[in-house]
Design a protein around this ligand. Structure first.
Ligand SMILES: *[C@@H]1O[C@H](CO)[C@@H](O)[C@H](O)[C@H]1NC(C)=O
Ligand SMILES: *[C@@H]1O[C@H](CO)[C@@H](O)[C@H](O)[C@H]1NC(C)=O
Ligand SMILES: *[C@@H]1O[C@H](CO)[C@@H](O)[C@H](O)[C@H]1NC(C)=O
Ligand SMILES: *[C@@H]1O[C@H](CO)[C@@H](O)[C@H](O)[C@H]1NC(C)=O
Length: 487
C-alpha cells in the first residue's frame, strides 16, 4: 500500500460519488424543519448570550475608616421658627457638631409650608450679650403690662411700641427685666406717652397671655419685638418679617436703641452719632414672620451610629418644653451621592429593588397632635444598608444606600427635638453584572448546528453513515476478538 492510500484510509469524511446521492421530497422537508430548528435554537442561544445576569452577595462593608456618608435632607417644621432652629450632628465616636450653618439653608414658611421670604439669614454671630451688671433689688416697674385685651389698642396708638415677651421662670427674662424696666422708665420720662406720644415700651407675660404670644409666634423667651403702628411686620421686597431686637440687653443699649427708633421717625430732626446708629442697626434684625421653618441641605457624617437632630437652640433665650411643637414633614431624605436620573433608571432596570427606599420617609408628615400631651420628641430610627453595583460597562462602581425607617414619639425630659438616629449595617450588598463567555456561546452554537444536522441529515447520507459505522464497528469487533489475525 502506498503512503497516500494509507493516509486515505483514516479519512473520516469519505466522499460518496455524487451520482449515488439523490434528492428526495422527504429529505427536503426534513431539511427545512432542520433549518428552522437551527434558527430557533440559535436565536434562543443568542438571546441568552446577550441578556444580563447578576450575582448578588452579602459581604462585610468594605468602607474604610475615614469614609464619610452624605445625608441630603429637606424638612419642614411648621411650628419651629428659623430664628431658633438648629441642626446638630453627633455620633458614638464623640463627634458633636452643633448649629450647622455652612451646608444648611433655612426658609421661613407659613402653616401651609409655603416659604414667606427668601433664605433666612441668621445675621452676624453675636458674641456674649451684655446685661446690666448689678441688679436692683427694689422692683422697678417702668414697663407697661400688656394683656390680650389692651395690646392692639395701645400698639396701634403709638408709631413705635417695643414689647418684651417674657416668661417669669426664664433665666434670660429675669436678667433682662431690670434693664428693661429701667429703660422703659427713662424713655417714659423723655418721651411722655401723653405729650410726645411717639414711643411706648411694654411687656407681655407669656405664661399669662399664651394666645397673644402664640399669635406673634413667640417661641423663645425673652423676645423683644418692635411694632410700628400695631404691626411688627416689616415689608422687605415683598417679603414679610417681624422686626426683632437681638442686641445687648443692658439699660444703655436699650435706651440708645429706643432713641434711635424715635430718631428714625420722619418728623424727627434729632441727630445721633453715626457709629451709635450703626451699632444699633446691627442688633436689630428681622425675625421670621411666620412660626415655621424649612430646613434643607446636607451633612457628612462618619459611618458609625449617630444622630441628626433638629432642635430649638439659643444662647440667650429659654424655651418652654411643654409648648414646643416639633411636628415636621420630610420632603426628602437620602444617603450617599445622588445618581443622575439616567444612571438611576439604568440601574433600576438591572436591579429592580434599587432606589425603592428613596421615598420611604419622603412626603410623610409627623404631626404632634394635641392628645399626645406636652414635651413630645419625635424619633426616627433609620437602618442603612450599602449596595455596591459593579456594572459590565467600564466596570464602573456605583454606590447606593437603602434604608428602613421606624418612627415613634417619646416623652422627653429635656427640650423636645426631632431626632434621626442613623445606624449603618456592617454588611453590604455587592451586585456584580456577569459577562457571558464568548467561547461558551460559540460552543453552544456549534453544538446546535452539528446536533440538528446530525439528527436530521438527509436519509441517504444517514444510511451511508449507518452502514459505514456498522462496518467499522464490525471490523473493530473482529480485531478485538481475534487479535491473532483473522484475515
Ligand atoms: C424642599 O422641599 C420643598 C417642598 O417640597 C421644595 O419646594 C423645595 O424645592 C425642596 N428643596 C430642595 C433643595 O430640593
Ligand atoms: C447658629 O450659628 C449662627 C452663625 O454662627 C448664629 O448666627 C446663630 O444665632 C446660631 N443659631 C442658633 C440657633 O444657635
Ligand atoms: C403642632 O403643629 C402642627 C402643625 O402646625 C399642628 O397641626 C399641631 O396641632 C400642633 N400641635 C400642638 C400640640 O400644638
Ligand atoms: C416637660 O419638661 C420640663 C423640663 O424640660 C418639665 O419641667 C415638665 O414637667 C415636663 N412636662 C411634662 C408634661 O412632662
Amino acid at each position: 500500500m502506498t503512503t497516500a492510500s494509507r493516509l486515505k484510509s483514516v479519512d473520516f469524511y469519505r466522499k460518496i460519488p455524487r451520482d449515488l446521492t439523490e434528492a428526495s421530497l422527504s429529505g427536503a422537508g426534513l431539511s427545512i424543519v432542520a433549518a428552522l430548528a437551527m434558527v430557533f435554537l440559535f436565536g434562543m442561544e443568542l438571546n441568552e448570550y446577550l441578556s444580563v445576569t447578576t450575582t448578588t452577595s452579602v459581604i462585610v462593608d468594605k468602607s474604610s475608616d475615614g469614609d464619610f456618608l452624605r445625608i441630603d435632607f429637606n424638612f419642614s417644621f411648621p411650628a419651629l421658627s428659623c430664628e431658633f432652629a438648629s441642626v446638630d450632628v453627633s455620633d458614638v465616636l464623640g463627634t458633636n457638631r452643633l448649629n450647622l450653618t455652612k451646608t444648611v439653608r433655612k426658609f421661613s414658611i407659613d402653616p401651609n409650608l409655603r416659604p414667606t421670604g427668601h433664605e433666612f439669614q441668621p445675621g452676624p454671630a453675636t458674641n456674649v450679650i451684655k446685661h446690666d451688671e448689678k441688679v436692683d433689688e427694689e422692683s422697678l416697674e417702668g414697663a407697661f403690662v400688656f394683656t390680650s385685651d389692651n395690646f392692639d389698642k395701645y400698639a396701634h396708638q403709638f408709631p413705635i411700641t417695643a414689647v418684651n415677651f417674657y416668661a417669669p421662670w426664664c433665666y434670660w427674662s429675669q436678667r433682662l427685666r431690670p434693664s428693661w424696666e429701667k429703660a422703659a422708665k427713662i424713655i417714659r420720662e423723655r418721651h411722655d406717652p401723653e405729650m410726645d406720644g411717639r414711643i411706648f415700651m411694654g411687656k407681655v407675660d407669656c405664661t399669662q397671655e399664651g394666645d397673644l404670644c402664640r399669635r406673634h409666634h413667640i417661641q423663645g423667651y425673652p423676645s423683644i419685638r418692635i411694632f410700628r403702628k400695631g404691626s411688627d411686620i416689616r415689608s422687605d421686597h415683598g417679603h414679610h418679617e417681624h422686626e426683632s431686637y437681638y442686641g445687648d440687653r443692658d439699660t444703655d443699649s436699650l435706651v440708645k436703641t429706643m432713641e434711635n427708633l424715635v430718631a428714625s421717625l420722619p418728623s424727627e430732626s434729632q441727630k445721633l452719632a453715626l457709629e451709635d446708629k450703626l451699632n444699633v442697626e446691627n442688633a436689630k434684625r428681622a425675625a421670621p414672620s411666620a412660626g415655621g421653618c424649612r430646613i434643607e441641605g446636607y451633612v457628612r457624617v462618619k459611618k458609625v451610629p449617630g444622630n441628626l437632630i433638629v432642635s430649638a437652640r439659643s444662647d440667650t433665650h429659654s424655651f418652654d418644653a411643654s409648648q414646643m411643637n416639633m411636628s415636621h414633614v420630610v420632603h426628602h431624605l437620602s444617603f450617599g451621592r445622588k445618581l443622575t436620573p439616567r444612571a438611576m433608571s439604568d440601574l433600576k432596570r438591572l436591579i429592580p429593588y434599587i432606589g425603592n427606599s428613596h421615598d420611604r420617609l419622603n412626603g410623610l408628615s409627623f404631626i404632634n397632635s394635641h392628645d399626645l400631651g406636652a414635651n413630645i420628641t419625635m424619633e426616627h430610627y433609620l437602618q442603612i444598608v450599602k449596595t455596591e453595583v459593579i456594572t459590565r460597562k467600564d466596570y464602573q462602581l456605583v454606590e447606593e444606600y437603602e434604608y428602613t425607617a421606624h418612627s415613634s414619639v417619646a416623652h422627653s425630659l429635656h427640650i423636645p427635638v426631632a431626632r434621626f438616629h442613623l445606624e449603618l449595617s456592617p454588611m453590604q450588598v455587592l451586585i456584580t453584572e456577569q459577562q457571558k463567555s464568548f467561547s461558551h456561546f460559540i460552543t453552544n452554537v456549534c453544538a446546535i448546528i452539528g446536533g440538528v444536522f446530525t439528527v436530521c441529515i438527509s436519509d441517504t447520507v444517514a444510511l451511508y453513515f449507518y452502514q459505514y459505522t456498522k462496518l467499522w464497528l464490525y471490523t473493530c469487533t473482529i480485531h478485538y476478538l481475534f487479535p491473532c489475525g483473522f484475515r
